[in-house]
Design a protein around this ligand. Structure first.
Ligand SMILES: Cc1ncc(COP(=O)(O)O)c(C=O)c1O
Length: 406
């Protein structure tokens, strides 16, 4: 007889975005002529940079010829891409990260989800609330989260609430945390930490021999000076932090799939007999066993985002979305809502009016305004009473949606 992993049946059956899709489909079937504007799921809408398309075409031609054909590549990614990453995302910012500390992947979702493989089940995990759902759900799947409770919290996770009261700056945990997930610029709130604020977390991790899992998927959206693009800008982070990056939101790779994870060789955690073990070695072992590399063609497309023309095209994509973010922020503010994010991130986090619940406000916007947002409660208990608007839509549609709210 085969037994399942019991942890899977503890997790709420509907993933946030499937529930949204279900409600939208029902509304559409009841109102076939409704022109629905989607500002919910964080998928991009603009096509890939031309530089990446040209690189894909060239790489496809290489795959046509026996002389240039490539089969399995290195699981950790080709050097041509890892070197570009080191030069542009780290060296250019004065940071020392080496190519063998970069692990190219099919995106940050897989990596933020899979990283738990290298950590023991006894670790206490702290997660900002609200958060990108992958952190909580993958810890629940692994059996590290305990039991779900009526409050929406898992019994064994340490929640770090981020709300109006603390201006979305999480406080250090009162219980000792071993692994801490931080995502900045934040999905879903669009808020950031300054260098000083992030330093507190690096110091906490250093003092408590904890590891920070830092999700930097939106770093390219940062516009303000004192907001770190990488946790390695903070002294000591190279001993306590793993960082995740994605080409999805930066360069439109949501469907093309490429990201990378930085595991400095100096980051260690403990074996049960107290020995310090390099996490770089463990992650290499994990990836070479369970992952066979990102496609060659896609890695060439990612490499092209670092070429001079690629950089310009990527910047144009980001500017387009950030202009949408401005339009959304201003419109929501003008109708009297409290608005957060949207300055260093493509997400705008809004307090619902008159204390209505996230899902009630979601339903109101869907049914009365034909606008799809994301209910904040879907990102964790502290998201209740908020909704998230995404700036990844088409500009005309974004303007139209905001007109409807007036
Ligand atoms: C915070 C965060 N991390 C990771 C991801 C996943 O990125 P990728 O497309 O690279 O898997 C997302 C996607 O929405 C995200 O919001």
């Amino acid at each position: 007889m085969a037994y399942i992993n019991e942890n899977f049946i503890k997790i709420p059956a509907t993933y946030l975005f499937s529930e949204i899709a279900k409600r939208v489909t029902q509304h559409k079937s009841e109102n076939p002529s409704a022109e629905i504007i989607r500002m919910g799921i964080g998928d991009v809408t603009l096509p890939l940079p031309h530089a990446s398309i040209d690189a894909i075409k060239n790489a496809a031609e290489e795959q046509r010829q026996a002389e240039t054909f490539r089969g399995y590549g290195p699981e950790q990614g080709y050097d041509f891409l890892r070197n570009m990453i080191v030069e542009n995302d780290f060296k250019a910012r004065g940071l020392t990260i080496e190519a063998d500390e970069i692990f190219v992947s099919d995106g940050a979702k897989s990596d933020t989800g899979n990283i738990g493989d290298i950590f023991g089940l006894q670790n206490r995990v702290a997660i900002t609330d609200p958060s990108y759902p992958v952190y909580v759900d993958t810890n629940a799947m692994a059996g590290r989260a305990g039991q779900p409770s009526a409050s929406g919290q898992w019994t064994n996770l340490i929640y770090l609430p981020c709300n109006e009261a603390n201006n979305f700056i999480p406080e250090l945990p009162t219980e000792k945390a071993d692994i801490i997930y931080l995502c900045y610029p934040n999905n879903p709130t669009g808020t950031t930490l300054t260098k000083e604020q992030l330093t507190k977390w690096v110091n906490y991790a250093t003092e408590n021999e904890a590891i920070i899992l830092f999700d930097a998927a939106y770093e390219a959206y940062i516009t303000e000076e004192n907001v770190p693009h990488s946790i390695y800008e903070i002294d000591g982070a190279d001993k306590v932090a793993i960082e995740f990056h994605s080409f999805s939101k930066t360069a439109g790779f949501t469907g093309t799939r490429c990201g990378y994870t930085v595991v400095p060789k100096s980051v260690t955690a403990f074996s049960e007999n107290g020995e310090k073990i390099s996490l770089n070695k463990l992650w290499l072992r994990r990836q070479t066993t369970k992952f066979n590399g990102t496609s060659y063609v896609v890695q060439r497309a990612a490499e092209a985002t670092y070429s001079p023309e690629g950089k310009k095209q990527v910047r144009a994509l980001i500017d387009y979305y950030m202009d949408n973010a401005r339009i959304i922020r201003e419109a929501l503010h003008a109708i009297g809502l409290k608005v957060y994010g949207g300055v260093n991130a493509p997400y705008i986090w809004t307090k619902t009016p008159d204390g209505v619940s996230s899902w009630e406000y979601f339903d109101y916007l869907l049914k009365d305004k034909n606008i799809v947002c994301t209910p904040g409660a879907g990102f964790g208990p502290a998201g209740e009473g908020y909704v998230r608007f995404s700036a990844f839509g088409n500009k005309e549609q974004t303007i139209k949606a905001m007109e409807r709210l007036k």
